[in-house]
Design a protein around this ligand. Structure first.
Ligand code: C5P
Length: 229
């Protein structure tokens, strides 16, 4: 549980997909359910933290005691995270942020084209990386990412841990349909940095609720170690 001798730990969590509009009626998005981020928020409140949950469009009730901010796009999510950052100790990026958005959002519904045969070309631009931007600001003292991968899970996760300058990353194999995206169970490995070394902690498969309890406990203990060293 949270060490009572220090200030209440303030944790900000991003969750769910982002939704990037193409025109007034269409968008690009993904199948993220938001379940993992919401489960983490609930676990963090139960362990005594002050929790802000910044969520993309999902169909989930707000866990009791959690402050929830709803956003649609990656840019809105980044704004909300940057506003929360000065009062955040730990940022956990659990959202499945769309990598690209439309270069321009059409003012009116995009019509079926009469030229170019059956093809339509959309011009997309890269979205900002929310947790990498946050980590680069150095305001949140501890930044945690998630890496959902289908192959070489730990190698890709390690690469993201270093490239995005995170303190820890949760590696998640989403090639197995019984865990990950949309399912109620998950199995992850927690990778964290200790000086030059990377520590790997495989956690047993469990419901997202039980796994969130373990993850939040581990992350709070890593946070405490990080600040006592
Ligand atoms: O690079 P990839 O999308 O796999 O990285 C996943 C991690 O980065 C997750 O923690 C996710 O929330 C975060 N992320 C982000 N902003 C993006 C893309 C990913 O915060 N634009």
């Amino acid at each position: 549980n949270v060490d009572q001798t220090r200030d209440k730990l303030r944790i900000t969590i991003t969750a769910g997909p982002t939704r990037e509009p193409l025109d007034p009626v269409r968008y690009l998005s993904n199948h993220s359910s938001g379940k993992m981020g919401f489960a983490l928020a609930e676990a963090a409140v139960q362990q005594g933290a002050d929790v802000t949950l910044i969520s993309g469009p999902v169909h989930l009730p707000t866990p009791e005691g959690v402050t929830r901010l709803d956003v649609d796009t990656a840019e809105q999510m980044l704004d909300a995270v940057l506003k929360a950052l000065p009062s955040t100790h730990m940022l956990i990026g659990c959202a499945a942020v769309a990598d690209y958005r439309a270069a321009t959002v059409a003012e009116h519904k995009i019509k079926k084209q009469s030229q170019n045969g059956d093809e339509l070309t959309l011009h997309l631009v890269k979205n900002p990386d929310i947790i990498a931007t946050a980590a680069a600001r150095g305001q949140a003292k501890f930044v945690v990412g998630f890496a959902a991968e289908t192959q070489d899970v730990e190698a890709y996760a390690e690469d993201k841990l270093i490239r995005k300058k995170l303190n820890a990353i949760v590696a998640n194999d989403v090639s197995d349909p019984t865990i990950g995206f949309g399912s109620d169970e998950n199995r992850v490995t927690l990778l964290s940095r200790r000086g030059e070394h990377i520590i790997r902690q495989p956690l047993p498969q469990a419901s997202k609720a039980a796994l969130s309890d373990t993850l939040i406990q581990q992350l709070i203990s890593l946070y405490d170690q990080h600040h006592s060293s």
